[in-house]
Design a protein around this ligand. Structure first.
Ligand code: UDP
Length: 235
């Protein structure tokens, strides 16, 4: 296996599957099985999950809600998704721990870096909920931050497209996919991989990002085996 410890970022929207809202149990079970496959091979897996399938702070703010209040709702949405993913992983016989950036101690452990690393060493999948715990951030930023903190080898951004293209492949059929691209080129070409805060944090800490299609079964295993699917961003 190419990577020993990975941080997988899943968006909240990915959990919707074919639905318009909420969580699709079939999609969740598929993800759980893919994660089990790599965890069983001894890969240490940490996961940051988004909340966009339930609530986004910006959407609340555009409807007149206080932004910080909306972001708190968004962070709680990520905890709901984390609980759902934990349940699906447990159904697949994977040991997990959910740690949250905001304290909800009856429901999940608080985020404690050393504890998270210990869980990973013991082979438990660690899910980080609650984003960074701060408004005005995204779960992409949380993913990069946690990946750096736990000394992950790479951040795997599981999406519904199979990598980074010269243009949005869902809108432009002439778009061409990159196998590799540098952080500088992503910025120079104005490509969208993550929000700027998250992306810069990754670049400054030399943490490679792989964008790949998480909706194709077996792709996660291919990525951690070092197969050249998706797009790798590094120095
Ligand atoms: N959020 C936040 N701080 C964070 C992470 C998330 O305030 O550190 C809130 C924010 O309102 C965001 C929502 O949680 O819109 C859901 O997260 P995100 O949009 O990143 O989820 P995704 O797009 O990955 O589903």
């Amino acid at each position: 296996m190419k990577y020993k410890r990975i941080l997988l970022k899943l968006s909240g929207e990915a959990l919707m599957g074919t639905r318009q809202y909420g969580i699709d149990p079939v999609r969740l079970a598929e993800y759980a099985n893919d994660i089990k496959e790599i965890a069983d091979l001894g890969i240490q897996v940490a996961i940051v999950i988004g909340g966009g399938n339930i609530f986004r702070g910006v959407a609340g703010a555009s409807n007149g809600m206080d932004r910080v209040q909306g972001d708190h709702m968004g962070m709680l949405a990520t905890v709901i998704n984390g609980l759902a993913l934990q349940s699906a992983l447990e159904n697949a016989d994977v040991q997990t721990r959910l740690q949250t950036a905001i304290h909800i101690e009856e429901v999940a452990e608080p985020f404690i870096r050393r504890k998270a690393m210990r869980h990973l060493e013991k082979g438990r999948v660690v899910i980080f909920g609650g984003g960074t715990g701060n408004p005005y951030f995204t779960t992409d930023s949380a993913a990069v931050l946690r990946a750096i903190e736990i000394e992950a080898d790479v951040i795997l951004k599981g999406t519904r497209v199979d990598g980074i293209y010269t243009a949005d492949p869902e809108k432009d059929s002439s778009a061409i996919k990159f196998d590799h691209i540098s952080f500088d080129d992503v910025l120079r070409k104005g490509l969208k991989v993550m929000d700027t805060t998250a992306f810069t944090l990754s670049q400054e800490n030399e943490l490679p990002i792989i964008v790949f299609d998480m909706n194709k079964r077996g792709n996660l295993l291919k990525v951690v085996s070092g197969e050249n699917i998706g797009t790798k961003v590094n120095l």
